[in-house]
Design a protein around this ligand. Structure first.
Ligand code: ADP
Length: 184
């Protein structure tokens, strides 16, 4: 059973690596960013509410995310493990996740902090060219990461579940370090 949380700044490669790892472990890759982008593409009520925040590089309000995660982790396919990517993103979400996992009788094995220097993050995001990958939004996302998400490094560090992985290496090397961690 593998249950992993991916932390790390925007552009660190969380999505790419989380997807590869989840496929190789045959468990769901749960990305709140992907779920929200799908909702905005389809114009669902969730998507309509989330759109403006995402375009500005702000976090969407917690109440939009928390129910979504509760439902997703309660699905049958999530009972054999998961890789969480993009959640939790602030302390409220992390505390919610703690309580939820307790209720669901699930535990998280490891929290992976994917480390990449700032200059490299900006270069990667500009190359990627997603809708929210313009300079103003990127700058805001990095600020939001520092103020709201980076505190989770201490939050999880205090419980010894945190591991650092160098995300500034070639893609395949990052994947192989992660695969070693994911082994049950
Ligand atoms: P990145 O890691 O490059 O910032 P994501 O795909 O994880 O990209 O997230 C894109 C956007 O989706 C975020 O900027 C934010 O607006 C929204 N989002 C994703 N996950 C969350 C979350 N857990 N809480 C609040 N907002 C979120």
């Amino acid at each position: 059973m593998t249950r992993l949380i991916f932390l790390g700044p925007p552009g660190a490669g969380k999505g790419t690596q989380a997807k590869i790892l989840a496929e190789s472990c045959e468990i769901p890759h749960i990305s709140t960013g992907d779920i929200l982008r799908e909702a905005t593409d389809q114009g669902t009520p969730l998507g309509q509410k989330a759109q403006g925040y995402m375009a500005r590089g702000e976090l969407v309000p917690d109440d939009l995310i928390l129910d979504l995660i509760r439902e997703r982790l309660s699905q049958p396919d999530a009972q054999k493990g998961w890789v969480l990517d993009g959640f939790p993103r602030n302390v409220t979400q992390a505390e919610f996740l703690d309580r939820l996992l307790q209720k669901l009788n699930q535990g998280c094995d490891r929290v992976v902090n994917l480390d990449v220097p700032d200059e490299e993050l900006v270069t990667r995001m500009l190359k990627r060219g997603r809708q929210d990958d313009n300079e103003t939004t990127i700058r805001r996302r990095l600020e939001v990461y520092r103020s709201q998400t980076a505190p989770l490094i201490d939050f999880y560090g205090e419980r010894n579940s945190l591991v650092y992985v160098d995300g500034n290496l070639p893609l395949e090397e990052v994947t192989s370090s992660l695969k070693q961690l994911a082994q049950p």
